[in-house]
Design a protein around this ligand. Structure first.
Ligand SMILES: [Zn+2]
Length: 262
């Protein structure tokens, strides 16, 4: 197991798929981020078999144990509690669940009491904003509300401090980092495919998406930080397209292309 010195990969998951259970959303751009539960279980087992630790973001930021990955989930789907939590507990892993406050109670997402259960199990709860907008499109006032109010609400619901934020749709800029720091967060994670080291800016941490169909060999490479350059090149193309066309035109093009490929 060679891994670049002093670097930790932060894995990014979303909803998990269980046989017979409808997903929160069905468009192709969403489904490609949905990992089957049995694949997630195999991934956790592989990490365990290598004596790697699955960590929360707080643990990863403070730990000198580099034989591990941070495990993160975005959005607050019900499968966080129903499927991910038992699998993680069985492996004795921790993880950070980034929750979108306005999604709580919607079909397929956790209820407020389920969020409390997840927190009471010892898992770390982070914020994924109030309403899941593209933060880079927002005015200062709206950005402040998304970042600070979600922190306050999640803290009231869980009774624990919420110290980590992840950007909806991966939209990050320096203004987001500044507002998050001012609101009292300790870190911001993006969707930039990079491993993090002790020298990384905690307000611009990379994360590596585990996608539907990421095969075991590829998963093992990702955990070791291998081949991230290819994902970074794809990210660069996407980021450039978003800045040229704007977020809404980019989304229309993307769903058109993905729809055709299905
Ligand atoms: Zn999201």
């Amino acid at each position: 197991m060679n891994k670049e010195v002093d670097s930790t990969v932060y894995l990014m998951y979303h909803e998990l798929e269980l046989p017979g259970r409808p997903l929160c959303q069905n468009e192709p751009g969403y489904v490609r981020y949905v990992v089957k539960l049995k694949d997630f279980e195999s991934q956790a087992q592989w990490l365990k078999s290598k004596s790697w630790r699955g960590m929360s973001v707080s643990e990863a930021l403070s730990s000198s144990n580099k034989r591990g990955v941070a495990i993160t989930f975005d959005d607050g789907c019900e499968t966080d509690l129903l499927s991910a939590a038992p699998t993680l507990k069985q492996a004795d892993f921790n993880a950070t669940f980034y929750v979108t406050v306005a999604f709580l109670g919607m079909p397929g997402y956790m209820s407020r009491s389920q969020l409390q259960q997840l927190s009471n199990l010892g898992f770390e709860i982070g914020s994924h904003s109030m309403t899941h907008p593209y933060l880079s499109d927002l005015s200062d006032g709206a950005l402040q509300a998304e970042i600070a109010n979600s922190k306050n609400e999640l803290e009231q619901m869980t009774g624990r401090s919420v110290e980590h934020f992840s950007c909806p749709g991966g939209r990050w800029n320096k203004r987001v980092a500044r507002f998050a720091r001012q609101a009292g967060y300790r870190s911001v994670t993006t969707s930039r495919s990079a491993a993090n080291s002790s020298g990384s800016d905690p307000f611009c941490l990379g994360r590596v998406a585990v996608m539907r169909g990421t095969d075991p060999h590829r998963f093992q490479q990702l955990c070791q930080g291998h081949g991230l350059w290819r994902l970074q090149a794809q990210n660069l193309i996407r980021t450039t397209a978003k800045s040229i066309f704007g977020n809404s035109s980019y989304d229309r093009m993307r769903s058109l292309l993905l729809g055709r490929n299905q």
